[in-house]
Unconditional design. Structure first.
Length: 82
């Protein structure tokens, strides 16, 4: 699953949670609502972090293993001279 798919799923989940806050169930104890709000806050923070990471990755912030000159580039042992 790609980062964009994960981000879209997280955003959709937050939208659904927001709908629940618009008309809260009065039968749910306040402490349960507070716990749900805490989880939603964590989800929003993770979503913002993931968006930022996705942007940095798309802008080439990191050298990937298969990039030329990467410290992880594996050399072909048949072409190496000892």
């Amino acid at each position: 699953m790609g980062v964009d798919t994960t981000l879209a799923g997280a955003q959709a989940e937050l939208v659904e949670q927001a709908k629940g806050w618009e008309n809260p169930n009065p039968d749910i104890p306040e402490h349960v609502r507070d716990q749900a709000e805490l989880r939603a806050g964590h989800a929003r923070t993770k979503l913002e972090w993931a968006k930022s990471l996705s942007k940095r990755l798309s802008e080439g912030a990191y050298t990937m293993a298969d990039d030329p000159g990467s410290w992880r580039t594996v050399h072909d042992p048949l072409k190496m001279r000892f």
